[in-house]
Design a protein around this ligand. Structure first.
Ligand SMILES: *[C@@H]1O[C@H](CO)[C@@H](O)[C@H](O)[C@H]1NC(C)=O
Ligand SMILES: *[C@@H]1O[C@H](CO)[C@@H](O)[C@H](O)[C@H]1NC(C)=O
Ligand SMILES: *[C@@H]1O[C@H](CO)[C@@H](O)[C@H](O)[C@H]1NC(C)=O
Ligand SMILES: *[C@@H]1O[C@H](CO)[C@@H](O)[C@H](O)[C@H]1NC(C)=O
Ligand SMILES: *[C@@H]1O[C@H](CO)[C@@H](O)[C@H](O)[C@H]1NC(C)=O
Ligand SMILES: *[C@@H]1O[C@H](CO)[C@@H](O)[C@H](O)[C@H]1NC(C)=O
Ligand SMILES: *[C@@H]1O[C@H](CO)[C@@H](O)[C@H](O)[C@H]1NC(C)=O
Ligand SMILES: *[C@@H]1O[C@H](CO)[C@@H](O)[C@H](O)[C@H]1NC(C)=O
Ligand SMILES: *[C@@H]1O[C@H](CO)[C@@H](O)[C@H](O)[C@H]1NC(C)=O
Length: 277
């Protein structure tokens, strides 16, 4: 009899979980699958991948590159996602054109064959954190520079193909910016970076660009739904946030006591069996 009691409670549990699983809402089930591009970062609401827009929020689609990194496309420019902070709604990204290149020369960054472009944000979704710095990249600069400007090309690979000329990188508030731009006839590109990059150049431009910058995002707040046991999502036809729960989709959060109530009852039942044995 002592041995039969635990066996019996396992049997009950099986029946219970079977009935629960049979009725689980398919959208809840689909959005419960942990998604990743392969590098270990979890892709969750508001981000989504693999044809599951209903598990995310419009404007937050992510693709995966061949290295298994998530890639965010902002106004037609690809950015690699390095880190997603779901609690703070902040994401760290870097320009994919530069970050994905095979570093044949680790001591310099190639800004000529893989051009960085000006950041252009879908402003209703993403905003640069206010503590980010801006690097100004100057293209097609005079190869014979005055001595005080030489340091601004440190860490930038020589342009072997002569498509970009000499490239200089300065922080936006560098006192030499005006004189430096007079030496350059090409594009000016502004690249945000997450450092305090003081005056003077020579701050490890390759590392700084590859480390990327921080964006804060705006989407529906997922925490009430998640805390009620649901999976956040979106209905594209009604264009509304949805909280997918085990029983059915809800507006904001799962019914208190429904999904959790069952677990509580089973737990209480188990305790009762255990204490009687
Ligand atoms: C990058 O370098 C690695 C190792 O050096 C090599 O296996 C790989 O094929 C290279 N990838 C590209 C795109 O050149
Ligand atoms: C130079 O250009 C050629 C042809 O466009 C390309 O194959 C090569 O990779 C380029 N080299 C560099 C260092 O960018
Ligand atoms: C580059 O700088 C040198 C020395 O200051 C100057 O003589 C030359 O005209 C400059 N070239 C261009 C294209 O500005
Ligand atoms: C690597 O970059 C350094 C610094 O720019 C340069 O001196 C060196 O010639 C480069 N090496 C190769 C193989 O391109
Ligand atoms: C810019 O160049 C001018 C003339 O060459 C020079 O007098 C001035 O000191 C330079 N500005 C800075 C900030 O170096
Ligand atoms: C990038 O933005 C700066 C101003 O922020 C502008 O001066 C520059 O022309 C832009 N560059 C390109 C290539 O559009
Ligand atoms: C900017 O702020 C974020 C969030 O508070 C922080 O993680 C990051 O280190 C800060 N960056 C700089 C350069 O201060
Ligand atoms: C999301 O909502 C929770 C609870 O309502 C709140 O504590 C949290 O600060 C909110 N997060 C953001 C980023 O608004
Ligand atoms: C979106 O809402 C419509 C109308 O209520 C419903 O028919 C559809 O199944 C919902 N789709 C998702 C993905 O929630």
């Amino acid at each position: 009899m002592k041995n039969q009691v635990p066996g019996f409670s396992v049997f009950i549990l099986c029946i219970l979980s079977r009935t629960v699983l049979a009725k689980v809402d398919p959208l809840y089930k689909a959005c419960s699958v942990r998604e990743t591009c392969g590098d270990g970062q979890t892709i969750a609401f508001p981000f989504y991948i693999r044809e599951k827009p209903f598990c995310g929020y419009p404007g937050f689609e992510i693709s995966c590159n061949s290295n298994g990194n998530p890639v965010l496309n902002l106004n037609n420019i690809d950015y690699i996602i390095h880190e997603i902070s779901y609690n703070n709604q902040v994401v760290r990204v870097s320009n994919a054109a530069v970050s994905e290149t095979n570093n044949s020369n680790a001591s310099c960054i190639d800004l000529s064959s893989h051009r960085i472009q000006n950041l252009s944000l879908p402003e209703d979704r993403f905003a640069l954190l206010s503590n980010q710095s801006e690097l100004v990249l100057l293209y097609n600069c005079n190869s014979s520079l005055p001595g005080e400007l030489l340091r601004y090309r440190n860490g930038i690979c020589e342009d072997k193909n002569k498509t970009a000329g000499t490239v200089l990188a300065l922080v936006r508030n560098d006192a030499n910016l005006e004189n430096a731009s007079r030496e350059c006839s090409g594009d000016q590109v502004v690249a945000p970076v997450d450092v305090y990059a003081g005056n003077g150049g020579g701050f490890g431009i390759g590392e700084v660009i590859k480390r990327g910058f921080l964006l804060r995002w705006t989407a529906s707040n997922c925490s009430d739904c998640a805390e009620s046991g649901g999976k956040c999502g979106f209905n594209g036809s009604t264009y509304h946030f949805k909280c997918f729960c085990p029983d059915r989709p809800h507006g904001l959060q799962c019914d208190p006591g429904k999904a959790n109530g069952l677990i509580t009852k089973v737990a209480v039942g188990n305790t009762a069996f255990n204490s009687s044995s």
